[in-house]
Design a protein around this ligand. Structure first.
Ligand SMILES: [Zn+2]
Length: 356
């Protein structure tokens, strides 16, 4: 209610301001389902109200005028509310209008979504447990597992040529922190790679480069030895993670015989606890407590924490994986990278299997 009031005011006073959709913070499918359930509830209520009004009109022909005015005001308010919900996610609401039993269809969709998210959560838990259980095994039999994500941007002071004075004003320089959490240890540890916006972006090449760097730094890429299984869990973000550069690493790592099996899981937002987030929160507490003006100071401050190893990833860390993988692999057909699980096995190293 409070958020709705705020968003109404923002729309009124700042018509050009773009307010991100609620589904950008939580699972989009859940928000759609929740809105659709509310839509059905309101439709039902509207139908009941109409029937009741009709009944009352039949019974009392001489109805009080003032009560009609109140009723009319109420129903116009309701339809405004319905429009807001409908405008949020029209696709599912439109779907419902075509169904003979919309409520039943919605329950089916919700049930299917809950089953999928539970199955994915269980799979991620199993991989993490297997990684812990196999940590003493030889490289060839180990089941490696890591979780990766980007932290909320940090910032440093920017000493650009346009500064009016040394101390008058400093514009912030964003620092991106790419995190890799090794979950095979009893206490997950974060390997954080930080670089400022002048050194790199947050695109597929950056993710692929730092993922490969992370695997090297963890000591999981051993020449002439083929490791067991590698499982990587990351967010379901199209531009950053779910692209050719990142996905083709599954095939590349198997073909280079670094691992027998490589599996990437794109987690459904809002349904899986991301261990990186907990470690990012610790990192942010340390960052906010300190006065940090340069990258060297940031490295020093963040490395004071037990479970965090922070590295300054300069532009030398980034390699053009796009160009390299383009020369090796075909492009994905349009609409073929919608699934949540992708894996490659050494039996058929050039075939990538995807599952929802
Ligand atoms: Zn959901």
């Amino acid at each position: 209610m409070f958020m709705e009031l705020i968003s109404e005011d923002l729309e009124k006073y700042f018509p050009n301001m773009k307010i991100p959709n609620r589904c950008e913070d939580v699972c989009g499918e859940c928000v759609q389902l929740q809105n659709s359930f509310q839509y059905i509830k309101k439709q039902k209520q509207k139908k009941q109200n109409k029937e009741q009004e009709q009944l009352q009109q039949d019974e009392q022909e001489e109805k009080d005028d003032s009560s009609q005015v109140t009723s009319a005001t109420k129903s116009s308010k309701k339809s405004e509310n319905e429009t807001r919900i409908g405008n949020d996610y029209t696709s599912l609401v439109e779907d419902l209008q075509e169904k003979e039993f919309p409520e039943e269809y919605l329950w089916f969709r919700a049930n299917d979504h809950a089953m999928k998210t539970q199955a994915q959560r269980q799979l991620v838990k199993d991989r993490e447990r297997e990684a812990k259980e196999s940590k003493e095994f030889p490289h060839e039999e180990r089941s490696y597992c890591l979780v990766r994500d980007y932290c909320q941007n940090l910032s440093l002071l920017y000493f650009g040529g346009e500064q009016p004075g040394d101390t008058y004003y400093f514009s912030p320089l964003f620092v991106y922190v790419f995190g890799i959490a090794d979950v095979s240890k009893d206490r997950a540890q974060l390997l954080g790679y930080g670089y400022h916006e002048g050194e790199g972006a947050k695109g597929g090449n950056n993710v692929a480069s730092l993922l490969m760097q992370g695997l090297k730094d963890l000591g999981w890429l051993i020449e002439d030895r083929c490791g067991g299984r590698l499982s990587i869990t990351m967010g379901n973000c199209g531009g950053q993670n779910k692209n050719k550069m990142v996905l083709c690493l599954t095939t590349y790592l198997v073909e280079k015989q670094y691992f027998k099996t490589v599996k990437f899981t794109f987690s459904i937002r809002g349904h899986i606890k991301n261990v990186c987030n907990r470690l990012f929160n610790l990192l942010k507490i340390q960052y906010h407590k300190a006065n940090v003006y340069t990258m060297d100071m940031l490295v020093e401050v963040l490395n004071k924490m037990d479970d965090i190893h922070f590295i300054h990833a300069s532009d030398k860390y980034f390699y053009n994986y796009d160009k390299m993988l383009n020369s090796l692999y075909k492009n994905f057909r349009a609409g073929t990278i919608q699934k949540s699980h992708y894996f490659v096995n050494c039996d058929q190293p050039t075939i990538m299997i995807s599952k929802s």
